[in-house]
Design a protein around this ligand. Structure first.
Ligand code: DC
Length: 236
């Protein structure tokens, strides 16, 4: 009888991490559609917790209270044909658009820095990926959530470029915010995400680091898809 392999089965997961407005959500969705994989935006899960906390008046840095909040509410992330590629339901109601309002955006880094929140969401994210190949976008996917993923991408861009992209997005959505305030917000979130004790934003070992400052989303997608194709051919 042959000895059984103890290697876990590695699904062709693609982990895409990067800072605020690095383009990872756009790119991750495009890669998922190209390769016909499930797209999971983990940032939306943290945003749903921040929204529930604001609604319930829970302190944003009270990890225990946030863990209880997670028990009380149901958060579902489902694929959708809409522009973002998914819908988030909080207790059955579609809250997707609300997740990107200023108040939630301002609150989410603090909520995401709480280990009690991360523990629960990381487990849910692993569960989603347990039996399916996914393209999962976030800050700690390659380092913590799916460290065994064969394809890890760290997508970044200069602060100036990320501020410009966010500003354009907000203009298109009819929001008026000055570039100075936006830059301060991006820098504040970068600082919180990279300096937090639990799962700070860093490139995973072996990650393909892509600076998208001078690249269009399509070009970034092309590089990732060819990397995955060559890696898959090589048996990664
Ligand atoms: O990607 P985003 O801007 O929607 O993420 C919202 C916040 O959630 C951001 O401040 C970082 C945090 N986040 C995280 O800590 N871990 C993840 N895997 C995804 C997002």
């Amino acid at each position: 009888m042959q000895a059984r392999s103890h290697h876990p089965v590695t699904l062709p997961h693609i982990a895409i991490d990067g800072p605020v407005a690095s383009g990872k959500s756009t790119v991750a969705l495009m890669v998922a559609r190209r390769l016909n994989l499930l797209y999971v935006d983990t940032g939306a899960m943290y945003r749903a917790v921040a929204l529930a906390a604001l609604r319930d008046g829970v302190e944003l840095d009270d990890g225990e209270a946030l863990a209880e909040l997670l028990q009380r509410h149901r958060i579902d992330l489902e694929p959708s044909a809409e522009a973002r590629g998914y819908a988030v339901h909080l207790d059955g109601a579609d809250v997707t658009a609300r997740l990107f309002h200023g108040a939630v955006t301002a609150a989410v880094s603090t909520v995401a820095a709480q280990p009690q929140v991360r523990r629960v969401l990381v487990e849910r994210q692993r569960e989603i990926a347990r039996h399916r190949a996914v393209v999962m976008a976030g800050r700690d996917i390659g380092t913590v959530v799916l460290p065994g993923a064969p394809f890890k991408v760290f997508l970044t861009a200069s602060v100036a470029e990320r501020v410009r992209r966010r500003w354009e997005e907000m203009q298109a959505a009819g929001s008026t915010i000055d570039a100075q305030a936006l830059r301060a917000e991006v820098e504040r979130r970068d600082h919180t995400d990279t300096t937090r004790v639990d799962s700070p934003l860093v490139p995973a070992q072996g990650a393909l680091v892509l600076d998208s400052s001078a690249l269009r989303a399509e070009e970034v997608v092309e590089r990732i898809v060819s990397w995955v194709a060559s890696g898959a051919a090589a048996g990664a």
